[in-house]
Structures are given as structure tokens and as C-alpha cells.
Design a protein around this ligand. Structure first.
Ligand code: SF4
Length: 422
């Protein structure tokens, strides 16, 4: 059954015209546009700001709607919401405030709130995949979509439900890629949820990839849940596995993790890190961290700072929180930019210290560097544990060289070629 949307105009003829256009778009996308006399799933209110009285009327109308229909989901657009969005953001049942620009985004918001209507394929769309051969690093996409609904992320709304590519198709593509590419990154939107015949399948896939010669395999971003001793044991038997683990953290404070709808505690995260290091003592463990999430207090942030020091990351990608339209977190009160900036700066300082420590740990050790490009006077490439390496002398793109790492330099380390291998 189609979802019902009621469009309410509180303003002038331009407002009316806009709503008429919107009605046509909604009908085209499978919604029923109904009058205010019928109960609807969504209400789009086009507000007016011509006078203070008009603004007040807009606020009152939205309050009345929420009382009349407790399940109503209200989208506020128009002049009053553009001039002063805050007056509507905290109103009950308001799911988003659009203003006078990006009205076409309404469809995205509605779809986000109405997963049943999302045009999400249930099966992996094989036709949009295909090997992109390179001489250096290629990507093997094994999965699409995500079911996790982290509060700050719009991906589940945009990309739909998780679906896994057939094992056979992944392996066939990997074999084609291996003919030219010296490294293959296994990737997906949430590849930790990859399944084979409906069961957890990333270990099965990696085990099979271990038999492919002439290339090496790296994993893209992972979630805590996929790290089991069994999985690590499979990876440790692969002759061509790159020991880098990008294990998504986002916050190291349990309260904030809960608010973010991330289903693990920091203690669990740390346990997984210990397991990884048991199997791969020199693994490069990298992560992503969001600072300044709306519910992150100063105390919470200090907990995060204290905890990330316990991990010893090789690198971190740190992002100040930013609101993504249509997500749960976009309806929370944002922290001031100055607070987010300061937290970012503090976290970056720890990141830099940890990164330098990891680089120094690798000083004088031997690695296989895949040469990727020339940067200024140096050739650059990455070790199997993902340390950016700067090389002198003549090199070639796509060649793997045996390198002894020297001192830290810029984003990585200087390297001395010991032996060259095609
Ligand atoms: S952050 Fe990652 S796991 Fe969470 S919803 Fe987005 S894609 Fe899914």
C-alpha cells in the first residue's frame, strides 16, 4: 500500500505552486497525496514568514498536527523555516526542517523514514560491478548497503539493505584483477556483514582468495563484530594477506557509542585489538573517530582521549561531527563549531604521536613496497602493512620492491631498496 503524504500550504501563491510541483514528484515516486481531511503518514508544511503572526500560525499549525496524529512525521519547509529553523526543529514529530532550498531533497527524507518504500534491491546488483584493472591497487567490491543504522550515517537510507555478492563472482573477478594488479583491496559498504549462503562469509572468501597468486590482498574497513579468533586464524594462513586492519571505532566512550547506535563497548573493541596483535604482532591498526557528536560531553570526550591512547593506532581518520540530513543525529542539537574544532585538535595530537611511534617501530625492518607513483623527487608506494614509503633512484609504477625502512619522512618513511622484484 502506498504511503500517504499531506501537503499543507500556509503561505502565498508561490508556496502553493511549489507544493503542486512537489505533489507531482511524490505521486511519480509512489506516494498518495491526500488532503488534510485524511490521516497521512507524512505532512509537509510550507510555512510563511510574511508577518510575525504568520510565523506564529505556522508553529501552532505544526503543534496541532502532532496532537491530531501522534504518528505523524512532519517535514517543515518554506520561508519561516528558512529564516528561523530552530523554532521548528524541537517541535514534536518534526523529522526535518528544509527551508526554501533543496526542496527536492524531501523525497530523500521521506524515503529515509520509510524504508519499506526504498527501491532497494534484495540481491547484489552484479551488473554494476566489473573488474577495473590497474597495475597497482585494484578494488574488489563484495557487498553493498548496510543494515546498521548508525545514528549519524545516511548510507543505509541512500544505499539500502545489505546484500552480498556471490562468492563465485567475487573469486572470478579477483582472478581477473590478479593478472595485472599487484594488490587487491577487498571492499564493501559494510563488508563485515558479507554472507555466503546466508551465513557469515568474509572468512570463507578470504580463505579462497589465499589461493590466488601474483597479487596481495588487503581488507577495507571492518566492524568489531567480524573479528573472531577463527577469522584471524584464516587470515594468518593466507600467504598474500596484508596485515592492516582498519577497525572502525567512531568513539571510545561507551555512552556515546550507545547514542551512535554502535553495538559494542570500548572494552570489546580493545579485546579485538589484542586478538589481532596476537595473530599479527606488527599489524597496522587504523581507525575512524568522530569528535563532537551532539551528546558527547566534555567528560565523555576525555574518556575517548584516555581510551584511544590504550590502542596505539598506526593512523586515525578523525572527523568533527557533521549533520547528515535525514539521520537520527541530524535532529539533535549540534555542538558549537569551536568545541568540535578544539576536540579535533586534541585528538589529532594523540593520533600524530601514535602514528610516529608506529613508524619508529618499523624503522630498519624489511617490507615489500608496491610502487604507485612519483611525488616530486621521490617514488612512493605502500608496504604490506600500509606505511607510505618514499624511495630514491629509478623505479617503475606497479613494481614490488624489497625495502628496508629508514627514518620517518612526511606522511610515512624513507625506504632503501634492497632488492627488486617484478
Ligand atoms: S557508519 Fe558504516 S556501519 Fe554505520 S550505518 Fe553507516 S555504513 Fe553502516
Amino acid at each position: 500500500m502506498n504511503k500517504k503524504v499531506c501537503l499543507i500550504n500556509l503561505g502565498c501563491k508561490v508556496n502553493k505552486y511549489e507544493l503542486d510541483c512537489l505533489a507531482r514528484i511524490l505521486v511519480k515516486h509512489g506516494y498518495d497525496v491526500v488532503t488534510h481531511k485524511e490521516s497521512a503518514d507524512y505532512y509537509v508544511v510550507n510555512t510563511c514568514a510574511v508577518t510575525n503572526e504568520a510565523e506564529k500560525k505556522s508553529r501552532q499549525y505544526i503543534g496541532k498536527l502532532a496532537k491530531l496524529n501522534a504518528n505523524a512525521k512532519i517535514v517543515v519547509m518554506g520561508c519561516a523555516s528558512q529564516a528561523n529553523p530552530k523554532q521548528f526543529q524541537s517541535k514534536p514529530n518534526v523529522i526535518t526542517v528544509i527551508g526554501t532550498t533543496k526542496r527536492e531533497d524531501i523525497l530523500t527524507y521521506l524515503k529515509g523514514w520509510d524504508h519499506a518504500l526504498m527501491p532497494t534491491p534484495l540481491e547484489y546488483e552484479e551488473e554494476v560491478s566489473g573488474p577495473m584493472q590497474t597495475k597497482t591497487r585494484a578494488y574488489l567490491k563484495i557487498q553493498d548497503g548496510c543494515d546498521n543504522f548508525c545514528s549519524y550515517c545516511s548510507i543505509p537510507y541512500n544505499r539500502g539493505r545489505s546484500r552480498s555478492r556471490k562468492l563465485e563472482n567475487c573469486l572470478n573477478e579477483a582472478k581477473i584483477l590478479a593478472k595485472t594488479s599487484k594488490e587487491i583491496v577487498v571492499t564493501g559498504i559494510d563488508m563485515s556483514s558479507y554472507t555466503v549462503d546466508g551465513k557469515p562469509g568474509l572468512g570463507i572468501l578470504m580463505h579462497a582468495l589465499g589461493d590466488i597468486q601474483g597479487t596481495r590482498f588487503r581488507l577495507g574497513s571492518l566492524e568489531v563484530g567480524v573479528i573472531t579468533k577463527e577469522f584471524l586464524s584464516i587470515l594468518s594462513t593466507m600467504p598474500n594477506f596484508c596485515p592492516q586492519f582498519h577497525l572502525s571505532l567512531q568513539s571510545a566512550c561507551d555512552k556515546v557509542l550507545y547514542d551512535m547506535n554502535r553495538h559494542y563497548t570500548f572494552k570489546e573493541y580493545l579485546t579485538k585489538i589484542k586478538w589481532i596483535r596476537k595473530f599479527f604482532p606488527n599489524a597496522n591498526i587504523t581507525t575512524e573517530l568522530i569528535v563532537g557528536y551532539p551528546t558527547e560531553s566534555n567528560k565523555d570526550f576525555l574518556v575517548t582521549l584516555r581510551n584511544i591512547k590504550k590502542v596505539h593506532f598506526g593512523d586515525m581518520h578523525i572527523f568533527p561531527f557533521s549533520q547528515k540530513a535525514g539521520t537520527v543525529a541530524s535532529r539533535l542539537k549540534d555542538l558549537p563549531n569551536s568545541v568540535k574544532k578544539e576536540r579535533f585538535y586534541q585528538a589529532e595530537k594523540i593520533k600524530e604521536k601514535q602514528k610516529q611511534k608506529y613508524l619508529k617501530k618499523n624503522q630498519h625492518t624489511i617490507h615489500q613496497v608496491l610502487v604507485e607513483e612519483k611525488e616530486g623527487e621521490y617514488w612512493v608506494g605502500y608496504t604490506e602493512n600500509y606505511i607510505k614509503t618514499y624511495l630514491t633512484g629509478h623505479q617503475e609504477v606497479g613494481v614490488v620492491v624489497t625495502v628496508r625502512l629508514q627514518q620517518p619522512y612526511q606522511e610515512g618513511m624513507m625506504g632503501k631498496v634492497e632488492e627488486e622484484r617484478k
